[in-house]
Design a binder for this molecule. Structure first.
Ligand SMILES: Nc1nc2c(ncn2[C@@H]2O[C@H](COP(=O)(O)OP(=O)(O)O)[C@@H](O)[C@H]2O)c(=O)[nH]1
Ligand SMILES: [Mg+2]
Ligand SMILES: [Zn+2]
Length: 352
């Protein structure tokens, strides 16, 4: 394999989009790609620069901070990042649990490999989440079904996956087999960037290792008693493969809370969104209003009611996660006023 110090910018995925952001007075700073994010250092590589550097002045959670796949300008002598270049694409999520900040998953990806195993990990709603991320970022999605060697009902999974969105590409294989992962070759051009997303234990690191022909990431055997692989990939990391493409491995995310993907959701659920556009009322909730095209399609058997439910659930989640503090405050106030009014009406009706 070519050493990274023999590669040119294009080999790293550089394009006119990034070139246009260079200014004359930053002549000393070198462009480099972020390969991994550590607690207080970034691992970067570019022509003439490689290794650990100090991140730019902002917290790792901050949307302005650097994430795997980012292009940065780095001061090689001072070993620090001067600034992060504007991204061509980015995946993000809202932190789970107490941490409600937006977290960056990865940037400047060309193809998203959405990985699920062809067993009970397979979940249409979860795939739709990932598809919304891809669509919002204008990144090509490919659904990858692993553990095909263990799945007697593989065709059912493939059919269900293909129906999620028109024209969706679905591949299935044994991730441990080189002849299996070979079907992904069309997406692995020189300088292309791909990312693996999916739950823990589905075979993301196995795909990376099989493609690399070496153990770049630890994989985890299945615990007896359940099918869930243990968490073995701790951070996101970008790896260069012999075919010249870059592949990002990510840890399984227990919860991928959607944020800022309203358009992506409408794209993934274009069938429902199109129907909704011809409901009589512009703000139709499809819950029994007259002349509702969505309910008509469900009644005619043209739309699965579960698909509408999944769309509405993801939309609610996305709106809640994407609203600003001011919007959340306004919503709470409206709610407060409404409960006050309802209470007042109740009081009025009460017989004393
Ligand atoms: N039989 C079979 N096992 C697989 C396949 N893909 C992954 N595994 C196994 O599943 C376990 C979890 O894989 P890993 O790559 O660590 O999953 P990750 O958490 O998504 O990175 C490992 O023991 C792998 O060997 C597959 O296609 N077939
Ligand atoms: Mg892994
Ligand atoms: Zn309707």
């Amino acid at each position: 394999m070519t050493k990274t110090n023999e590669l040119n910018l294009k080999d790293f995925g550089w394009s006119a989009h990034f070139q246009a952001q260079l200014t004359d007075d930053e002549g000393d700073a070198l462009p480099a790609r972020v390969l991994a994010v550590h607690r207080d250092a970034l691992e970067i590589a570019g022509p003439g620069i490689e290794g650990r550097v100090r991140p730019p002045d902002s917290s790792a959670h901050d949307e302005a901070g650097a994430t795997a796949g980012d292009w940065v300008l780095a001061d090689a002598a001072a070993r620090r990042v001067v600034r992060v270049l504007d991204r061509r694409s980015v995946f993000k999520r809202k932190g789970a649990g107490k941490d409600r900040r937006v977290q960056l998953i990865g940037a400047n990806v060309d193809t998203l490999l959405i990985v699920t195993s062809a067993n009970h990990d397979f979940n249409a709603a979860r795939l739709e989440r990932y598809l919304a991320l891809a669509s919002e970022a204008e990144v090509t999605p490919v659904v990858v079904l692993t553990k095909a060697d263990l799945a007697p009902d593989l065709d059912d999974y493939m059919t269900t996956a293909r129906r999620l969105t028109p024209g969706l590409v679905v591949e299935a294989f044994d991730a441990r087999a080189p002849q299996g992962v070979a079907c992904l070759a069309p997406w692995f051009g020189r300088g292309q960037t791909l990312a693996l997303l999916g739950s823990s234990g589905v075979g993301k690191s196995t795909i990376l290792n099989t493609l690399a022909g070496a153990t770049l990431q630890e994989t985890q055997g299945i615990r007896s008693g359940d099918d869930k692989g243990r968490h073995t990939t701790t951070g996101r990391s970008l790896h260069r493969l012999a075919n010249g493409a870059w592949l990002m491995d990510t840890p399984g995310m227990r919860e991928l809370q959607l944020v800022d993907v309203a358009q992506g959701l409408d794209d993934v659920f274009a069938d429902v969104a199109t129907l909704a556009a011809s409901c009589r009322f512009g703000d139709c909730m499809h819950e029994g209003e007259p002349s509702c095209a969505v309910q008509a399609a469900i009644a005619a058997g043209a739309l699965a009611p579960e698909r509408l439910k999944r769309y509405q659930k993801l939309q609610r989640e996305e709106r809640r996660n994407s609203e600003t503090l001011a919007e959340a405050h306004a919503r709470n106030q409206r709610f407060g006023r409404m409960t006050k009014r309802l209470f007042a009406e109740k009081l009025k009706k009460r017989e004393w």
